[in-house]
Design a protein around this ligand. Structure first.
Ligand SMILES: *Cc1c(COP(=O)(O)O)cnc(C)c1O
Length: 398
């Protein structure tokens, strides 16, 4: 078996996206800023892609800015809103403790510049309510930034309600929708979103391309100065092949969304059910308000890193949290944010599924994870102490 179960880290490109991209590499390769016919064909392609992205988000094409991916979109969104606030003497920002580092580290940088940051508690379920956001607002709040869905534990946040609270208070609302775009129906009007980030490689598009949606009237701050591309808000010759691939993958994901969500949710539920039977295992993240493909468990008495390596040997590609933190020995900030003690945060496993995964694969994963967890426990001093009663168990038997 060779199973890819790490779709929250990245996805393979769809055939359709690859085929759409190819002619933009060797035939329609003009620079959209050039006045000649080659350039004009590039400019037309760019406009088409912008319209497709806008259609999928329910906004106007003029509100779409092409950027290099989710991290850049998050940086530009948060920094732009902060500058708008600063000009009005408002330097308070509300966010959550389990945002992606592209948001959290941007907030760290703003803190050093005198901004006051409130990170909301996400509770054991990994959710925040509109009421929590409302209670955190102050007269000097300039931005609320709350992710649409969490990349590690898959929880889906009540974005429309949070957006409504912000709209009523006249505060700019940004959402990192990188895990949601292409998987959940998003509409910036219905959801009351002012700024939104998405990234193509999380929905079968190419890597290194994304979108920052900015509602009309919200001026963006440049991260990259240069030419007049993207209405002067992002210098640099547009990556037309990637932009075309993203638009194609996004349209395809909209068409397939419902059917795919049904199929992937069934696989997810089967996997959750199977892994729940392992003794002293606990599901991380809310059981209901959850992305179709996300499964995240902590197993007591083991190290997530060893679990990953052994699973890889058995043909299962998984993750112990976000790819961005693997390689570091710090436990996931997301698992700590939902109150998991260090030991449990270290023993975590994230399996993220897609429509290409099968029931056979799910059953193999249930069996194999069970065997590997049992093996690791058999050689774990921590597990021995738990079993002998020297240390208390933190989770239930099964
Ligand atoms: C992957 C991811 C990002 C970063 O996107 P890139 O395109 O890889 O820079 C940001 N936020 C979330 C929630 C993600 O899952």
């Amino acid at each position: 078996m060779n199973i890819y179960a790490d779709h929250a880290a990245t996805t393979k490109m769809s055939r359709r996206a690859i085929e759409v991209m190819l002619p933009y590499m060797d035939q329609i390769y003009g620079n959209p800023s050039s006045l000649h016919s080659y350039g004009q064909r590039g400019a037309e392609a760019l406009q088409n892609a912008r319209e497709q992205m806008a259609k999928g988000l329910g906004c106007s094409p003029r509100e779409i800015t092409f950027v290099s991916g989710g991290s850049e979109a998050d940086n530009q969104a948060v920094l732009s809103a902060a500058r708008i606030g600063e000009r009005k003497g408002k330097k308070h920002i509300v966010s959550t403790a389990f945002e992606h580092h592209a948001v959290l580290h941007t907030l760290d940088a703003l803190k050093k510049q005198g901004f006051d940051i409130t990170l909301l508690d996400v509770g054991e379920k990994g959710l925040v309510t509109p009421e929590q956001v409302e209670a955190a607002l102050r007269p000097d709040t300039c931005l609320v930034t709350v992710m649409y869905a969490n990349n590690e534990i898959g929880t889906i946040l009540p974005i429309a309600g949070i957006g409504q609270v912000c709209r009523r208070a006249g505060v700019i609302f940004h959402t990192d929708a990188v895990q949601a775009a292409g998987h959940l129906p998003i509409n910036v009007e219905r959801d009351n979103i002012d700024l939104l980030s998405l990234s193509a490689h999380k929905f079968h598009g190419p890597k290194g391309i994304g979108v920052l949606y900015a509602r009309k009237g919200i001026p963006l701050e440049n991260l990259i100065y240069g030419g007049a591309q993207e209405r002067g808000k992002r210098g640099g010759t547009e990556n037309i092949p990637a932009i075309m691939g993203m638009a194609a993958a996004f349209s395809e994901s909209q068409e397939k969304m419902e059917e795919k969500a049904r199929k992937v949710t069934a696989l997810r539920d089967r996997l959750i059910e199977g892994l729940s039977r392992i003794p002293h295992a606990v599901l991380n993240g809310d059981r209901e308000s959850r992305l179709p493909g996300n499964v995240n468990f902590s197993f007591e008495g083991i190290e997530g890193e060893s679990l990953l390596l052994l699973l890889d040997d058995k043909g299962i590609c998984a993750s112990s949290g976000s790819a961005c933190t693997s390689g570091s020995l710090d436990p996931s900030h997301v698992l700590l944010a939902i109150g998991r003690p260090h030991e449990l945060a270290h023993g975590s496993l994230r399996l993220t599924l897609d429509e290409e995964n099968t029931e056979e694969e799910v059953d193999y994963m249930i069996r194999t994870v069970g065997e590997v967890v049992e093996y690791l426990r058999s050689i774990s001093p921590l597990w021995r102490d738990l079993q002998s009663g020297k240390l208390p168990f933190m989770t239930k038997e099964a």
